[in-house]
Design a protein around this ligand. Structure first.
Ligand code: ADP
Length: 433
């Protein structure tokens, strides 16, 4: 199948988020983990109309982020895609050097296009842009908890001020302009006129205001035929219908629905976020729990085999909950004993080993909580491509893949997503399909 639309995301759960939003519209969507191998015939035989590639480039050195992203673009171009989306976080997570602006510029060069749009707004999730300033709920970005982010602390809410140096570091001649709400509220014709003016005056990087879903709809309509758009996932929601209306899709037929996998099920929780801990608490009464204690794992090498044999003693169809999640005090204690990185890696590899053991006992339905944890589990199961299914909660779809020839369903949830009943809801939803 030829690809209509190629999306590149700078992290895994961001890719799941946009893939779920595209699939919401009925489009056939694949998510691939890492840049696919151009010589992998299987990969190119199995493309969907909408292809999403998940990278891990958000905080990578600029050169590396550019190299990964342009390779992903080249693969999507080879598959026939004509329009592209560079997906980053709706809180514009980036460092002073990049990678949002620098990567956008590299993608523009490779596509030979003279302009792009920056639209991080996601009103449904409380991210809005007004007068070029990004808000998280009622707070300016730099007054929100994002100011303390360990890797990408956001100390300014003015998107032009954030973006300009990232672009200028690559090319000092590049300029940034704002598409303001005053134009957007006048409708598509006014926006098109403003964008034409920017094009005529050589302003190539346009930052869009948007505070409501209708604003995104107007912006999408005015820009959907551009080769490259960038932003959070919300604006992408409008693209499939606009492409279909404009005859920009090469096919409309849906591919066959993926085979529903066997009944064996498991929930693996490696996120320590407050929402995930609520979800764990709510699910305990539905399942047999196995608790993973990093300190015991670190001092006793028989602990992991013991956990695995406990798991193997539970029938695959019985609900199971594997819990590493702990509250901030406990996590701090573990990290002070083992080191931050080592603690994370130890837990991730234990949960991955348990996931693999569960697969071997016949488990085919996996719910995984935690972005890094999801990355580790998918890597352990050898998963590099997922077909996107129905959404369980905003930003978290069921996904389907094959592991060792077997059909498998995975729900991969980043820490704060979903409501307290998420685990039960996810598995119940799959039963009704
Ligand atoms: P989130 O999406 O909430 O950020 P992640 O899976 O990305 O979740 O990150 C959680 C990290 O915390 C993982 O590296 C995981 O291995 C680690 N972790 C999980 N449980 C514990 C624990 N009890 N003590 C220390 N670290 C833990």
């Amino acid at each position: 199948m030829a690809v209509d639309f190629g999306c590149i995301a700078d992290d895994f759960t961001g890719a799941t988020d946009i893939a779920g939003i595209l699939a919401r519209t009925g489009a056939t969507v694949n998510l691939r983990i890492g840049v696919p191998d151009a010589t992998d015939q299987l990969a190119t035989d199995d493309t969907a109309a909408f292809e999403v590639i998940a990278l891990k480039s958000r905080t990578a050195p600029v050169d590396e982020a550019i190299a990964q992203t342009t390779q992903a673009l080249a693969w999507l171009q080879q598959q026939g895609a004509q329009r592209f989306f560079w997906k980053y976080c709706s809180t514009f997570d980036s460092t002073a050097d990049g990678n949002i602006g620098s990567v956008s510029l590299a993608l523009m060069k490779q596509l030979g296009t003279d302009r792009t749009l920056y639209c991080p707004a996601f009103p449904e999730n409380g991210r809005s842009v007004y007068m070029g300033y990004l808000y998280v709920g009622q707070q300016l970005l730099n007054e929100s908890p994002m100011q303390h982010h360990p890797l990408t602390p956001m100390r300014d809410a003015n998107l032009a001020r954030l973006l300009a140096p990232q672009i200028a570091a690559v090319d000092a001649a590049e300029t940034v302009g704002n598409l303001l709400l005053s134009d957007i509220r006048q409708g598509v014709a006014a926006v098109t006129q403003r964008l034409q003016h920017y094009q005529a005056t050589g302003v190539r990087h346009i930052i869009a205001d948007a505070i409501e879903a209708d604003d995104l709809s107007v912006i999408a309509e005015a820009t959907h035929d551009w080769p490259l758009l960038t932003g959070g996932s919300a604006i992408a929601m409008y693209l499939p219908a606009l492409y279909a209306r404009a005859g920009l899709t090469q096919h409309s037929s849906q591919s066959a629905a993926p085979e529903v996998p066997g009944a064996g099920q498991i929930v693996l929780s490696g996120s320590c976020s407050s929402m995930t801990r609520q979800q764990v608490a709510a699910y305990r009464s539905h399942a047999t729990s196995i608790d993973v204690d990093p300190l015991v794992l670190a001092r006793d090498e028989s602990e992991l085999p013991r956990l695995i044999s406990t798991l193997q003693s539970i029938p695959p169809e019985s609900p199971k909950l594997i819990v590493a999640s702990a509250d901030p005090e406990q996590v701090k204690h573990v990290q002070s004993e083992l080191g931050v990185e080592a603690a994370g890696t130890l837990v991730e590899s234990a949960l991955s080993a348990l996931a693999a053991a569960a697969f071997d006992t016949g488990v085919r339905r996996f719910v995984v909580a935690g972005g890094e944890t999801s990355g580790a589990v998918t890597a352990q199961l050898g998963v590099d491509r997922l077909r996107i299914g129905p959404e369980i909660a905003p930003g978290v779809p069921w996904t389907y893949t094959r592991v060792k020839g077997e059909s498998v369903a995975l729900a991969l949830k980043s820490g704060n997503f979903g409501q307290p009943d998420f685990f039960h809801k996810a598995l119940t939803q799959l039963e009704s399909h």
